[in-house]
Design a protein around this ligand. Structure first.
Ligand SMILES: NC(=O)c1ccc[n+]([C@@H]2O[C@H](COP(=O)([O-])OP(=O)(O)OC[C@H]3O[C@@H](n4cnc5c(N)ncnc54)[C@H](OP(=O)(O)O)[C@@H]3O)[C@@H](O)[C@H]2O)c1
Length: 264
């Protein structure tokens, strides 16, 4: 008898997960492997992507390790070429590499602003445009998941560059869902405070207390919380979902932290 759980399976699928050496990307790579996909594990630090690849292989799936800086156009193209050479098909792209910390608006240079946008939006745009035609050509359809942030949803001091970038990523997600329908679905995840190296870099006891007080589900996120949503959006379970930004953030209805205003 068919089970609804079969729709969450990705047997035979090939998935590229950018920034999968650690954090949310690594958890997503492992989650997709758990569901049966073979994974292209990619980031810049070889030891970390090898580690994720071992976790994928421990689940009986194939892992291709490709070093790629998503900011470099040639490396993005080589990533997709190597994927197709090795596996001959492509089904899923998770644009996870991205990020930035808070930055006071008046200390944000033009280059800071542009680079944050380029890292979070332009790279995902270019990867999506490279991959979508290959998904259709090799598999007939595909799914793209963009890892965004609540910083793109709630306005707050200190987040002008990162917030604009993630809001841009969200709107790009909705636009590309229109461009690529009906064969390639494009969705995003608005991630809340999630315990990864990126967050622990700015975490203090006071900040954690403040974040927990504002988070209805009263805990910080774990990478697997996001990975579970990425699996849903990647899989046939979400075959009728496109152009959506799902929140995985403990029920936040506002910003989880407060940065100083410019003081004008
Ligand atoms: N953690 C949170 O609280 C949180 C909240 C909202 C949104 N997010 C979003 O979630 C995503 C992942 O964040 P995370 O917290 O998991 O970060 P993380 O733990 O720092 O991991 C980032 C991953 O991306 C890779 N990466 C960084 N720069 C890269 C580049 N130029 N090219 C290719 N790969 C690169 C890193 O490896 P290398 O450095 O070796 O390349 C690493 O594997 C980001 O888009 C971030 O904006 C996170």
């Amino acid at each position: 008898m068919d089970s609804i759980l079969d729709r969450f399976r990705l047997d035979g699928a090939i998935a590229i997960v950018t920034g999968s050496g650690r954090g949310i990307g690594a958890a997503t790579a492992v989650a997709l492997a758990d569901a049966g996909a073979d994974i292209v594990v990619t980031a810049r630090t070889v030891s970390q992507i090898e580690e994720t690849a071992e976790r994928v292989r421990a689940r009986g799936r194939r892992a291709l390790v490709v070093t790629c800086d998503v900011l470099m156009e040639e490396q993005r193209a080589e990533l997709v070429e190597q994927t197709l050479r090795e596996f001959g098909r492509l089904d899923v792209l998770v644009n996870n590499a991205g990020g930035s910390g808070p930055m006071p608006a008046l200390q944000t240079s033009e280059s800071d602003f542009n680079e944050t946008f380029r890292f979070n939006v332009t790279t995902a745009f270019r990867m999506s445009c490279l991959c979508a035609p290959q998904m259709v050509h090799t598999s007939g359809k595909g799914s793209i998941v963009n890892i965004s942030s609540i910083a793109g949803k709630f306005a707050q001091a200190g987040f002008a560059s990162y917030g604009v970038a993630k809001a841009g990523l969200d709107f790009m997600t909705r636009n590309l869902a229109q461009d690529f329908a009906p064969k390639v679905r494009v969705n995003g995840i608005a991630v809340g405070s999630t315990m990864t190296a990126a967050l622990s870099g700015i975490m203090t006891d006071d900040l954690e207390r403040a974040m927990l007080a504002r988070t209805p589900l009263a805990r910080l996120g774990q990478p697997e919380d996001v990975a579970a949503c990425a699996l849903f959006l990647s899989s046939p379970a979400a075959d009728y979902v496109t152009g959506e930004i799902y929140g995985v953030n403990g029920g936040l209805t506002g910003t989880p932290m407060e940065m100083p205003r410019a003081g004008l």
